[in-house]
Structures are given as C-alpha cells and as structure tokens.
Design a protein around this ligand. Structure first.
Ligand code: ADP
Length: 713
C-alpha cells in the first residue's frame, strides 16, 4: 500500500499537468488575458455582493462590457450557486456563439461532445447539454418551455435574463413569472434572478420586479442602509428618490471611444448603392486595421449586397488590400457565425453585413466603421388579418445610437448614417415593446398552461392591449386549446409543450388524429415552414422561369404545401450529392439541411408526447419514389390539417379574380413565388402574408369549400 501512495499522487500531478497542457487549457489561459481587460471584471465583488444580499439584481452595462460572457462564470463562484445557471438570449445565433465562447474561456468542451462539459446551450430544435452542464445558454422561448415542464425551475440556482432592453414578448412573460418565483415557497432554495440590459434605463424594470415581492415596500422607507449597494455605479441623479431593497442595481461603465458621425445631405432612394459606395470610399481611403460593420434590414438584402461588394472588389487595383465579406443574420449556420469573431486575415479588411442582431446581441471585434441604413424588420400585428408580419421600418433613436456605438469599442471610430440628420431627429425614442405589436395567442396559452387563471389580470411590465388579448383568447378557444371557461384543455396542454406557435401546434395535433393519420407528412411540411425559405433567392422574371423549370418535377398542382413535402422527401432520398442536387433545383442546401434537423426534433417530440400510436415513425417515410404523385385522399387529409390551424388564412375567389379572406374580408393576392401564382381556384389557404405593394399570400394551396365544412362544422 505504501509503495502505491507516491505513485498515486504522481499520477494526479501528471493528470493535472496533462490537463493544463491540453489545447483546451492553453486556450483558456490565453483568453484569460482578454477577460481580465473587460470592464466588468473589476466589478465581480460588487455583483456577487449584491446577490448575497438580494434575490434580484438588475445589471446595466454597455454592449461589450462583458455581461453575457462573464456574469454566469462569476456566479459559479457564489456559495449559494450549487446548481445550474440559465441565461437567456433573444436569438439562437447569440445563444450558441456565447456558449461556445464561454466553454473556451472555461477550458471545457461544449455541450454533449463530452460528459465533463460545463457549458451548453438549448435553442429551438437544437440542444447541447451534458450531465455536468453548469451554465446553460437558452433562447427565451426555450426557457419558457422548460418552465411549463418544471414550474419551480428546480434545476437552477439562478436565472439570468439578458438583453431585456429589446423587450421581447417572451422576456416580458418570463419576468412576470420569475418575479414571483423568486419568492416562491415551492422552492427548497431561493432562486436568484439577474436581469441585464445594454441601456441604463432600468428604473422601471427594477420597480416592477420589486413589486413582485411578497412585502413590496416593507423596507422602502429605510433608504440609506443599502443604497450604495443597490445603486452601485449610478450617479446621484439616476437614482430614484427612495428604493426598497429587494432589488439591487449595478451599472457597469463600458469602454467607449469617440465616434464621428456623418449624415446624408438629402435622403437616398437606393440604400444598397449608397452602402456599396460608402464601403469602398472607406476601404480605399482609410488605413488598416479597421473593419466595417453595415446594418441592413434582412437576409435577402445582405446576400444581394454581399454579391455586389464581392463583384466590385474583384476589379480593384492590386495595391488596394482585399476585402473579406461576412454576413451576420439570425438564420446563419454555426460555422459561419464563428467566422465573425476571427480577426481578418493579414492585410485584409473585414466587412460584416448584419441585421440588427449586431446592435447589442453579438459584439463583433475589430470594427471601426459603422454604416447604418436606419431601418430594420420589425414585427407587427394586423388585427384584421389576425396575423403577425415583419415590416421594414425606421429604427428608433436608441437603436441608431447603439449602432453608432459599435464603431467606438476598441478605438475612435466613424459612423455613416445613410439618412439625413432631420430623419434622425424625428425617429421614435425607443422601439415599442413587442407585447404591444404582435399576436398574443402563444403568450396567453403559455400563461394559462402555467396556471394563470385570468390572463387579463396577469401583471406584466407593459400591460397589453385588452383587444389583442381578447383576439388571442378567441383564437385559442377556436383551436380548442382552452374551453369556454378559459381553462386549458388536454389538447391545449400538448400544444403548449410543442416548440411551435399554437396554430402550427394545432395542425400537428389534428394530423395525429385517427381521421387524418398523416403526422409524418405534416411534420415534413411544418419543418419546412419553420426554417428560412428553402428556395434560392430569385430576382428577375427570367430567373423565376428558370427556377420553375428547374423545380418542375417537384411541383405539385395542389399548391405549395404538397410541393414542399415532395421537395423535402426527394432531398432526403438523394443519396449521392445533396448539395449538387439542391443547386440543380435552385434550392438552398443549407435550409434543407435545417429542415431535416427540425424534422428529426419534431418527430422525437411527437413521439415523447405520444402523438403517434407506434413507437417510431415508419422507417419507410423516405422510401419509395418521392416523385410519384401524392395520393389525392392523403393530399386532402394533409390540407385539412392546415385548415384546422389556419382558418384565418383561408380566402375565397371573387368574381373579379381576386381573393378575399373568409373571416376578415381582406383582399389578398397570390405571391409570385407560389406554384399557384396565376391560377384561379375556388378557395386558397396560405401560410403567411407579405406586404409590399399589396398583401401577398405565400405558401399557398388550393382547398375545397367542403373540406372547410368538414374541419369546422
Ligand atoms: P456584453 O454582454 O456586455 O455585450 P459580452 O460578454 O457579450 O458583452 O462580450 C464580451 C467580449 O467577448 C466582447 O469583446 C466580445 O467581442 C467577446 N465575445 C463574445 N462572444 C464571443 C464569441 N463567440 N467569440 C469570440 N469573442 C466573443
């Protein structure tokens, strides 16, 4: 035994040495240097101290100060933090890239790749969580879903809600539930809540959280004792007169260098052209290093500008350094996301073409120049059509200021606004919270599933419009997710647990019924509807014809739903080269890969919810010839499921050839991208509307009046 002792300790030393020498550890040590330079690093004691005394901490700090990456790691050092830390993000891309970064900083592998991994993420249709995970990055929707399964959040010691300034609907809901859960007797140990914002405007939020405590103002009059702690980092005039001490506030100053601003003298009509010119003026005039960040409205505009910049850059004189053009939008695959954080190759300038995701969610290093188009895609609710859509509109002044700030993170920078100073002056101060401008049916269903008896009286940070609440209740009633007393039905409970909006959830449930028996097919179509478009972008009429010809064998007369089904099955059946197959059909290989991943997840979720009588989906779903016509009876059953979930989106042919929605009497036209474009059928069902010169229905199929009567007797 004695002779074994030294060798055991030697083995331990050896193990430690090996661990320190491993590439993961080497990377960890290297990153430690830059972590220590982050403004938040010197505030660790303040932050942990505040959470020792208080259950809730509201933390504000400039983008890039280190909140999202460092706070969860700080918390692991607190004695009360014995379980997991959850941290929410508004977007998948941020959740995944932050998890990867923090795993590197901690020297641990990411998620499921190793049982020892301490950091993981969970986003819709993708999860990387291991048995040892201590820090979990999730999208807001995923945390809400978890809450429905475990209402007291037993697995967490702390929940961090990041990016609250964006005021997404799901964040407002989470805050509503969490401010009570923090004091819940159902929990064995208290839950700590950290709410983080990129703007210092957090007084309203802290008051709201304060009011959730069982004794809201019991300490409210004893202001001084904890004031320094509570208002750490805030100047005297930023503090409210009197605060109760349930909620602590900490403000972290960011590092911000001066940014010179320029505006256009007169408004421009061609934003893409103006951005292109500005990129090359900067690139040819300004010395390296100094990357350019361009804010655009969406993926399509980003891809178009990327093509123009690359075409133009190819013809520059050799003495001008090359450009590396990188897109950044929510649907970007992981590998491409990671490129954003890499420094540009030597003697090269990076140009990042981003949506408003780069405003606060993702911090891109190396940027000295910002070009801001002044617009963003913002979600809006159309009460008459009972649906949400994304509209391009002017951003708020606070968004414009955030965008400008991106140029001055590492050195003095320049910001070019592609609009006039006058246009800036008349912008709204801040974007209104999402709760005031979107369909509330998913939110209301979540509240009811979580046990809220009267959603109209549930206290939210911004009370929603009662009319929108009523619309949501009616929609839920119609989908039979709630009964006439407002209580959740068994179907409603199942739908609430699917990671889908209630209408798509209803489609899935209906497909699983014995009468429909087309769950596998409907999951295929729903998977296509939940990812970005599977079609490559088409600009011109001639390109449209080319695309239709290329996709000819996949097109089905009944419309887009069954065409999607045929397409995804043909893609899945392709065994040699899926990418080449996708390109030959002018389809997006990346989107189709995503569809298959979503389908896999949805199938698993339907199995665990026991929506299928068998134990597995028939192995032969993808067998047989996918190009054979779909049986007419099956086709009818599939489309009836969609009528079930989308009855608001049914429109009837009028004598003048236009289509009018049955329930709202609104005129809609078939989108040129639909296989039904140019055809007249008695009735159509569509998946969504896009608004350009008029309301265009997209994802359209022909349906029969008789089916409607069958589904909605
Ligand atoms: P905040 O939440 O305050 O905006 P973050 O913690 O997100 O700040 O970022 C801190 C620093 O970490 C930034 O300088 C950023 O560039 C860097 N960083 C964040 N995520 C990544 C990533 N995925 N890869 C590389 N660097 C990253």
């Amino acid at each position: 035994v004695q002779s074994k002792k030294p060798s055991a300790s030697m083995a331990k030393d050896l193990k430690r040495k090996r661990e320190n020498d491993s590439p993961l550890q080497a990377k960890r040590l290297k990153l430690m240097v830059s972590r220590k330079e982050l403004p938040i690093w010197s505030r660790k004691d303040d932050i942990l101290g505040a959470l020792e005394k208080h259950n809730i901490l509201v933390l504000s700090g400039e983008t890039g100060s280190g909140k999202s990456t460092q706070i969860p790691q700080f918390l692991l050092d607190a004695s009360w933090c014995t379980k997991c830390v959850a941290i929410t993000q508004p977007r998948r891309v941020a959740a995944i890239s932050l998890a990867r970064r923090v795993a590197e900083e901690m020297g641990t592998p990411l998620g499921k790749s190793s049982p020892a991994s301490k950091v993981g993420y969970s986003v819709r249709f993708d999860e990387a969580i291991g048995p040892s995970t201590r820090i979990k990055y999730l999208t807001e929707g995923m945390l809400l879903q978890e809450m429905l399964r475990d209402s007291s959040f037993g697995q967490y010691s702390c929940v961090i809600i990041d990016e609250v300034h964006e005021r997404n609907l799901n964040v407002d809901l989470l805050l509503g539930f969490l401010r009570e859960l923090v004091y819940s007797k159902r929990r064995k140990q208290p839950l700590k809540l950290v709410v983080m914002s990129a703007t210092a405007d957090v007084v309203g939020i802290s008051r709201y959280l304060q009011a959730g405590s069982p004794e809201p103002s019991s300490n409210g009059d004893q202001t001084t004792e904890n004031d320094e702690q509570e208002w750490n980092g805030f100047s005297e005039n930023e503090r409210p007169a009197r605060t109760a001490s349930r909620v602590a506030l900490v403000h972290v100053e960011g590092r911000q260098y001066p940014v010179t601003l320029s505006y256009l003298d007169k408004p421009c009509d061609d934003m893409a052209q103006a951005a292109l010119e500005r990129i090359f003026l900067i690139h040819c005039k300004e010395p390296l290093p100094g990357d350019i960040l361009v804010f655009l409205t969406g993926q399509d505009k980003i891809q178009q500008l990327k093509a123009s910049v690359e075409a133009f850059a190819a013809n520059l004189p050799p003495k001008i350094p090359p450009l590396q053009v990188l897109p950044l939008f929510a649907a970007l695959p992981q590998s491409a996301q990671q490129q954003i954080f890499q420094p540009a190759p030597p003697r090269t300038r990076k140009v990042i073409l981003a949506t408003n995701i780069a405003e606060t969610s993702v911090t891109v290093p190396g940027v000295r120049f910002v070009i801001d188009c002044g617009k963003a895609k913002i979600k809006h609710f159309h009460p008459k059509l009972n649906l949400d859509s994304l509209l391009i509109q002017a951003i708020s002044r606070s968004s414009a200021d955030q965008r400008k700030g991106r140029a001055g993170r590492e050195a003095p920078g320049q910001c070019y606004r592609l609009y006039t100073q006058n246009s800036y002056n008349i912008l709204e101060q801040a974007t209104s919270p999402e709760i005031l401008r979107c369909d509330l049916s998913a939110a209301v269903l979540t509240m009811i599933a979580r046990g809220v008896k009267d959603p109209f009286r549930f206290p939210l940070l911004t009370p929603p419009n009662p009319k929108s609440m009523m619309k949501a209740m009616l929609q839920l009633l119609r989908l039979e997710t709630i009964d006439s007393s407002g209580a959740i039905t068994p179907v409603g409970r199942k739908i609430a647990r699917l990671p889908l909006p209630p209408n798509l959830g209803a489609v899935i449930l209906y497909a699983a019924s014995e009468a429909s028996s087309c769950l596998a097919e409907v999951i295929d179509i729903v998977s296509c509807l939940t990812v970005e478009s599977i079609y490559q972008h088409i600009e011109t009429e001639s390109a449209r014809e080319e695309a239709l010809a290329a996709r000819g064998t996949l097109t089905r007369r009944s419309g887009d739903h069954v065409t999607l089904l045929t397409t995804i099955r043909a893609y899945a059946a392709e065994s040699t080269d899926r990418k080449a197959w996708a390109d030959a059909h002018l389809l997006s290989h990346r989107a189709l890969q995503n569809v298959l991943a979503v389908r896999k997840q949805l199938r698993a979720q339907c199995l665990s919810a026991k929506l299928l009588s068998g134990k597995t989906f028939p192995e032969d779903t993808d067998a047989g010839d996918p190009l054979q016509p779909v049986d007419e009876d099956l086709e009818a059953r599939i489309l009836k499921c969609f009528i079930r979930g989308f009855v608001d989106n049914v429109a009837k042919l009028c004598p003048n050839g236009s289509y009018k929605t049955l329930l709202g009497n609104e005129i809609v036209a078939i989108h040129p991208g639909s296989v039904l474009f140019g055809r007249k059928v008695e009735m159509i069902l569509y998946n969504e509307l896009v608004f350009t010169s008029k309301a265009y229905a997209r994802g359209v199929s022909a349906v029969r009046v008789g089916w409607l009567e069958e589904v909605w007797p």
